[in-house]
Design a protein around this ligand. Structure first.
Ligand SMILES: Cc1ncc(COP(=O)(O)O)c(C=O)c1O
Length: 374
């Protein structure tokens, strides 16, 4: 594939730290993990950062901290109907029930206007997703959460460094979850981070990630539900390296994203493209689009781009009605019309820092060729 979703290139900082770990015969969580947590928190302005083994685990751990706030098994967490599956699987994995809320076509994010009617006496939290790096409409979401006494978890796995009204994602709600899988703005191979500015939640998250043990040093004292969700020192070494280059990666990706957006402005009659509003800074995660006319056939476009060497993925679609994994909840097709439309008519492809200007121009040309032909 000429245009992939991302690449991992391991730099000198990581190599030296990995080598040092190997020489110490210690590769489980240690100095590198502690350093990565410290640097990540400092770089983005979080009070606490708790490194975990994946973005999925960052979501599971975040959800499981709700027990410390009085939640009970089976309580409900609101999630967007259209997102990568990990957000909703995390709710199940932590012992809660996902309640899906439809999304907005233009932002791909949870629709604040539909949140309130999904709240029940068992709702404990809203786990929003800043899809494709675009921050959710947080003022409305936080206002609803506050009125109903709900915790807000930001799944920021696709949104490292994005800001909303001058505040970085992960500081807007109570907890934030990040992924460091390949293709994300910081990559460890596998890895994730839970961030929070609340001391009690940080203690809870640290304990959940390590079998529910207390954060002190008494072994085999299990105080709460827990997992082995720990990051290891080899992954953290790669993360430290990625963080050192983060600002440059962000700027390069953003420049390339705008290069492609600028070259596809004349295609706006055919598709919704990403829009960055003045109050926000979108993290350049990838290049999403949703066709305006279903007859343009997103599956055909997907295949067309792939034959041109552009690796594509759908835009997830409606988890409760277009994916069997959540059919046990009993929803019917039509219950989440916007998520379903995006599922049928959306796709995204990579826009990462190792692409050249020529690659971007090539992608723009491929899109023009498709719409000229269709
Ligand atoms: C929104 C969202 N949440 C969670 C995850 C899960 O992260 P990971 O693959 O690191 O488990 C991803 C992964 O891409 C994601 O996009």
């Amino acid at each position: 594939m000429r245009i992939s979703f991302g690449e991992l290139r391991i730099g000198d900082i990581a190599r030296q730290r990995i080598q040092a770990s190997l020489e110490k015969n210690w590769v489980s969580g240690g100095e590198n993990v502690a350093e990565f947590e410290r640097l990540f928190a400092a770089h983005f302005g979080y009070r606490h950062a708790v490194a975990v083994s994946s973005g999925t685990d960052a979501c599971v751990v975040s959800c499981a901290t709700l027990y410390g706030l009085g939640a009970r098994r089976g309580d409900e967490i609101l999630v967007p109907a259209c997102s990568f599956v990990a957000t909703s699987n995390a709710v199940l994995a932590a012992g809660f029930t996902p309640v899906f809320v439809d999304v907005e076509l233009e932002t791909l994010n949870i629709d604040p206007a539909r949140i309130e009617s999904a709240i029940t006496p068992r709702t404990r939290a809203i786990q929003v997703v800043h899809t494709m790096g675009k921050p959710c409409e947080m003022d409305s979401i936080l206002e609803i959460a506050q009125r109903h006494g709900l915790t807000v978890i930001e799944d920021a796995c696709e949104a490292h460094g994005a800001t909303y009204k001058g505040r970085v994602v992960g500081t807007l709600g109570n907890l934030g979850a990040f992924s460091f899988y390949a293709a994300h703005l910081i990559c460890c191979g596998e890895g994730g981070m839970v961030v929070t500015c609340e001391d009690a939640l940080a203690r809870e998250a640290s304990s959940v990630r390590s079998h529910g043990r207390p954060c002190g040093d008494i072994y085999f004292d299990f105080q709460r539900f827990g997992l082995n969700a720990k990051m290891n020192d080899l992954e953290a070494a790669i993360g430290i390296d990625g963080l050192a280059g983060f600002d440059e990666v962000f700027e390069t990706r953003k420049r390339l994203l705008y290069r492609l957006l600028d070259q596809t402005r004349d295609l706006e009659e055919h598709a919704h493209f990403l829009v960055e509003a003045p109050h926000e800074k979108v993290a350049p995660h990838a290049f999403p689009l949703v066709l305006k006319d279903p007859r343009r056939d997103a599956r055909a476009l997907y295949k067309f781009l792939e034959t041109r060497g552009i690796q594509c993925k759908t835009l997830f679609g409606s988890l409760p009605t277009q994916h069997r994994a959540f059919s046990f909840l009993g929803h019917q097709l039509g219950d989440f019309p916007v998520a379903e439309y995006i599922g049928e008519n959306g796709l995204h492809f990579g826009c990462h820092q190792y692409l050249s200007d020529e690659d971007i121009d090539y992608a723009a040309e491929a899109l023009h060729d498709y719409f000229a032909k269709a």
